[in-house]
Design a protein around this ligand. Structure first.
Ligand SMILES: [Fe+2]
Length: 273
């Protein structure tokens, strides 16, 4: 089974369309979204509708939660963006009640946790705090107790988003935890420049996979990020990481044109942070 993992779209329709076109070209059995469809970006409605149409399911991210309920621990820029997004979704209901309410129903039904292929626990943040907790690679050094606890709570595999940084956390009894960025994983194919790394899972390791962010990457690489997970009984499971260029200028200009979205939300897309 081939599953495209997308996450942290953040209302960036241009990036989402480029990723979905790449997914379609490669072919998958299904697409799943690990949360944060909205927040920050200028096209929340179109992104919710595309995810509802194309994904088997999506998870509740902290920005989806903020728009539906209330922002928690948000800075001013993020809070303003959440309130603007909520207003846009509500105005859409007034303009077209049928499609507007269908969209809100979809958002209201998304879960905080899903089990994929009986093995992969999927959450937006962490298994301990599914919506809000970040798991950073620095935590391995700075907060080993947190990393240990999170791995203890995982049977074997976990899929997360939230940090906007792609990679694989692994944990073995022998070596403890480690984090690998896609570019350090190898398996680059010169004929496929979008493929930047492949991780083949070892049966003895626990692993937490983050496909990175479609709409607001934060690893100093401005390209949209996603992954394809390959599972099945015949071969070791693996995850392929991809990066794709999209028209950042077009998205930034849409952001600059919306008063209630801070210009920084456009600027940061160019910097991948
Ligand atoms: Fe996010």
């Amino acid at each position: 089974m081939r599953t495209a993992l997308i996450s942290d779209i953040h209302g960036n329709l241009d990036a989402l369309q480029v990723v979905l076109a790449d997914v379609d070209r490669r072919g998958v059995d299904e697409i799943v979204c690990l949360g944060d469809i909205v927040g920050y970006g200028p096209n929340p409605i179109e992104c919710v509708d595309l995810v509802a149409e194309r994904c088997a399911w999506s998870l509740m991210g902290n920005h989806d939660f903020a728009v539906l309920y209330e922002p928690t621990n948000f800075n001013v820029v993020a809070k303003d963006a959440a309130h603007w997004t909520r207003d846009v979704l509500e105005e859409a209901v007034e303009q077209d009640p049928a499609s507007g309410n269908r969209r809100l129903d979809f958002l209201n039904r998304i879960k905080t946790r899903q089990l994929h292929e009986k093995l992969y626990t999927c959450v937006h943040g962490s298994v301990r705090k599914p919506i809000n907790e970040y798991l950073f690679d620095e935590d391995i050094r700075d907060d080993p107790a947190k990393v240990r606890r999170i791995f203890e709570m995982i049977d074997q595999r976990c899929l997360v988003g939230h940090t906007h940084v792609p990679g694989v956390f692994i944990h073995t009894e022998e070596d403890g935890p480690d984090f690998m960025r896609p570019s350090s994983l190898g398996h680059e194919d010169p004929d496929d420049p979008a493929l930047i790394g492949v991780h083949v899972f070892d049966p003895d390791e626990k692993a937490i996979v983050n496909p990175g962010s479609v709409g607001q990457p934060r690893d100093q690489d401005d390209r949209a990020s996603y992954a394809i997970l390959e599972t099945g009984d015949d071969a070791p499971h693996r995850v392929n990481f991809y990066r794709l260029q999209y028209d950042i200028t077009a998205v930034a200009e849409k952001i600059y044109a919306i008063d209630r979205l801070d210009d920084w939300l456009g600027d940061r897309l160019f910097q991948g942070r």
